[in-house]
Design a binder for this molecule. Structure first.
Ligand code: TRP
Length: 454
């Protein structure tokens, strides 16, 4: 009991509330903005196939493990990891996993907020009717103009980060549960509608084939590294976000079942986004390798030329904004929970401190799209570098540590008790995946990714 009273906030009101929050964390810009553009850059079907495998074999077992560690530790990731290391009589250093997660969360949120700022600016454009009757040139110009303006990007980034912090300052549960409950189903319906529109372009089959007919020659170590990183990113793993959410999870809830639901919903949303976007790419003679601007250069074409497009476009970007918001909250919550627990700072103050740091980082990212677009380190621009470091390296390394801890350090009787799976075979399967398959795959891919093995 003593541990539970240490918690700063109550538990989720129900299993459903946790599913909503975890889905809110998983579904975000990663599904709708990032998945299509990195699929486009990495050979379409080849990437999609590897990504789906990574979600199934590595992502889901690690999501179960991370949630489980959180629920057992019941504190911020840093303290959870040291408590659990104590319990297993392992070295205190495990708490560095929590630290790395907090740093990764900061870095990711710094660019996440800038891209979410683009979404905000597109809500505004949609409302003003800027997409109406648009063609590749006019829609492309809208995006180019936004990219060229540091001021606009910084203002929208500030608005988005401010909104995130306002919600986090009030405690994660209340508002979040309500908004996600309404939001996800509506976003889903809108995506179906967009896929329907994509079918009218005459290029649906081509888009479908691009995503689902893999060209196996395209699979190489870079594609695998990016796909694995994205599996972590899209499920929100490897940095303690889902660990914190797990710490608010009541004891009697099946972690494995809820994880499958969340991962399933997340994957479906991403695939729908791909199916909505690629037919438009081919129909309009655009490039699949357009990069981060891809959705902003394609979807407005659909909204500008479909019946009811003004309303649907407006709704779509508003929903995407909320989806981004419910994700960004989970990126910052581990840091907030830590500051409250260890530094005796109240929620509001913790939000102001972390917010300021992330804001500055975000400004640097925003400038990297214009004023500092020539700055490069290790052959990458600032945005690409931050993205690569966090998503392709820090998250998989965090995931590797979580897998090793859950599979090898924590006592099997504890994890079995904590997971309480319906059948012993399910537990055995998870145990093999988390102890052998995930660590092995992660080590190989990471070594290849950083060029240690060829
Ligand atoms: N999953 C979110 C998305 O796809 C982003 C996100 C939220 C995230 N929490 C995270 C990514 C934790 C990495 C780690 O948009």
């Amino acid at each position: 009991m003593a541990k539970i009273t240490k918690l700063q906030h109550s538990e989720w009101s129900s299993r459903f509330a946790f599913i909503l929050a975890a889905t809110g964390s998983a579904v975000g810009l990663g599904n709708i903005w990032k998945f299509p553009y990195i699929a486009g850059e990495n050979g379409g079907g080849a990437f999609v196939l590897v990504y789906l495998l990574c979600v199934a074999i590595i992502g889901i077992p690690i999501m179960i493990a991370e949630t489980m560690l959180g629920r057992r530790g019941r504190q911020s990731p840093i303290n959870t990891m040291s408590t659990l290391a104590d319990e297993a009589k392992a070295h205190k250093n495990w708490h560095y996993v929590g630290w790395m997660g907090i740093i990764a969360g900061f870095l990711i949120l710094s660019y996440y907020s800038v891209i979410a700022g683009w979404v905000l600016s597109y809500i505004f454009k949609a409302f003003m009717g800027s997409f109406s009757g648009g063609n590749v040139e006019t829609i492309g110009a809208l995006f180019t103009e936004l990219m060229a303006s540091p001021l606009q990007q910084i203002v929208w980034h500030t608005v988005f980060l401010g909104a995130t912090l306002l919600i986090v300052a009030r405690g994660v549960q209340g508002g979040l549960e309500k908004s996600v409950r309404f939001l996800m189903p509506t976003l889903f319906v809108l995506l179906i509608l967009l896929v329907g529109y994509a079918m009218t372009t005459g290029y649906y089959q081509q888009g479908f084939d691009f995503l689902f007919k893999p060209d196996f020659n395209q699979i190489n170590s870079d594609v695998i590294l990016v796909a694995m990183g994205h599996a972590f990113f899209t499920l929100g793993l490897g940095m303690g976000a889902i660990m914190v959410y797990g710490s608010y999870l009541p004891k009697n809830i099946s972690i494995a079942k809820t994880t499958l639901i969340v991962a399933g919903a997340d994957t479906i949303i991403a695939l729908l986004a791909g199916l909505a976007i690629f037919p438009l790419v081919f129909a309009n003679g655009l490039e699949t390798v357009a990069g981060p601007g891809l959705i902003f250069q394609t979807l407005p074409l659909a909204f500008g030329n479909m019946m009811g497009g003004w309303l649907f476009g407006l709704l779509f970007f508003i929903l995407l904004f909320f989806a981004a918001l419910s994700s960004s909250i989970s990126l910052i919550e581990p840091a907030i929970a830590f500051l409250i627990e260890n530094k005796n700072i109240n929620r509001t103050k913790a939000c102001i401190i972390t917010g300021l740091m992330i804001w500055v980082l975000g400004v640097i990212v925003a400038l990297s799209f214009n004023v500092w677009s020539d700055v490069s380190l290790f052959g990458k621009g600032i945005f690409d570098l931050v993205d690569y470091l966090t998503v392709n390296l820090m998250l998989p390394i965090g995931g590797l540590c979580i897998a090793i801890f859950a599979g090898w350090i924590m006592k099997a009787k504890d994890s079995e008790h904590e997971l309480e799976m319906e059948k012993p075979q399910f537990y055995q399967l998870w145990k093999v995946l988390i102890s052998y398959v995930a660590p092995f795959a992660l080590i190989i891919v990471l070594l290849k990714g950083i060029g240690v093995i060829g």
